[in-house]
Design a protein around this ligand. Structure first.
Ligand code: 5GP
Length: 107
């Protein structure tokens, strides 16, 4: 069965899309740690980020970097934190979370 993120990518479940290319899809987290909290997901469904091959991993981090730069254009923040957690959804994803030192976010 397709993961919930594959169903979001396919348009079966609504989301607020942030960015997309041939390989990756970025959308707002439904339960954000901070305004602009974005999930970046490979369209290829793999359980864990290190299940991706080296080339895709390289493309993935570069795509996430572009998305983080775009987030910084619209969400005032000191930096965009990056986390790989993956406890709930078994489809690789990177969390991008706008951060300010005043925020008290525990990943
Ligand atoms: P993790 O697997 O890294 O622990 O967390 C999965 C993340 O996916 C959570 O932050 C959760 O809020 C988010 N999430 C789970 N289901 C959905 C959904 O249907 N839509 C969106 N936009 N985010 C989701």
């Amino acid at each position: 069965m397709a993961s919930i993120f594959s169903r979001i990518i396919a348009g079966e479940i609504p989301c607020y899309k942030v960015a997309e290319n041939e390989q990756f899809f970025a959308f707002l987290d439904i339960n954000p740690l901070a305004k602009g909290h974005t999930l970046v997901v490979p369209k290829l469904e793999r359980d864990y980020i290190f299940d991706l091959d080296d080339k895709m991993l390289q493309d993935y981090i570069l795509f996430a970097k572009k998305v983080a730069a775009a987030i910084m254009q619209v969400i005032p923040c000191q930096r965009v934190g990056l986390a790989v957690i993956g406890l709930d959804v078994p489809h690789a994803h990177i969390h991008l979370v706008p951060l300010n030192t005043a925020n008290d976010i525990n990943f």
